[in-house]
Design a protein around this ligand. Sequence first.
Ligand code: GLA
Length: 398
Amino acid sequence: MRVRVEAAREAFTRLYGPGEVRLFFAPGRVNLIGEHTDYTGGYVFPAALTLGTWAALRPRKDGVFRLVSTRFAKGARFTRNEVRFRREEGWANFPKGMIRELAESGARLPGADILYFGDLPPGAGLSSSASLGLVTGVALSALEDRKPTMLDLIQMVRRAENRFIGVQCGIMDPFASGMGKAGHAILLHCRRLEYHHVPLNLGDYRLLIIHTNKARDLAESKYNERRRECREGFHQLRQQLPEATDLGGVGEEAWQEAQDAVKSPRLRKRLAHVITENARVLQSEQALKAGDLHRFGELMKASHRSLRENYEVTGRELDALFDAAIQVPGCIGARMTGAGFGGCTVNLVHREAVKSFRQRVGEQYFAETGRQAVFHATAIGDGAREIREGEEREWQCW
Ligand code: GLA
């Protein structure tokens, strides 16, 4: 990584001229369990990755923003008074949405030249967009006298995606990116925004992320459809449970008694997923605390099956990866992670089995789908921050 950081400083200087450069980072995330629960006010259990988005920044004084990415050909230039969504500007709309939020919060916004670079595979469901928004927020708020808190920035990223980009996502992705801690997962209650870090003592096991190499084309429309279904199902459920304030707060027992209030079998399946998934998150935390990795792995598998059968967001590729993974000795847990319809799975694999796991899953996946699976050995890293001199050295292993 060090090489890439130095290369980015050089690239920044080539692009914008010599002078001081500050560096900021916001990680991507993997969700270990608790999928499609955040927008119902339930529990999630994500962790920040060491992969993410960097921003090299130099402040300006004229209120102008120039944004360039090493990944995409087209950049953007605008002033703080003309921050508008422009479809043709693609990726740059994410930082723009964040700048709009900062402006609305009263930030001074003196302007900046920014060069973005990153090592998250785009479109893999590892939160490249949340990390792009958050790194912009962290970098630009470093120039302000009155700095927003990390929680403020996290909420701004979510609002920017909801209002500026038009994606109705929940709070999980920016929260994991902002509050991550190396070696820990985050147990977050998404309505109360209460959280704590849980040490990931995985012993001889490793977390492997596998990318299906499939574009998540249905993700957006189906995502919004699932959100609607949850709202509708919950509305019906409340006939039996009038005191319930949100779906995330409905426990399994109450559900057993009240589920007949939901007339449509399709909506019943959606709600059954959310309610059982919330319970699995809490059980996972207990299993990890007790050092029972096999139990945690079983909960991961149950989560995938529920996302496949009840929530119907997996699809052929994610299911092929899951089915191949759980047959390999040494793999004790697997599930899709993120919104679904493509993207990645996360797998819990004994370190001695990693090599055979990669080979067997790769072969079987290719035989079934004609696609090459991409494997990412992950480390769980810290949340968004400014990168100081010297910290770069820690990244050499990447
Ligand atoms: C996407 C959204 C998150 C969350 C997950 C599903 O990643 O951005 O808010 O809803 O899907 O768990």
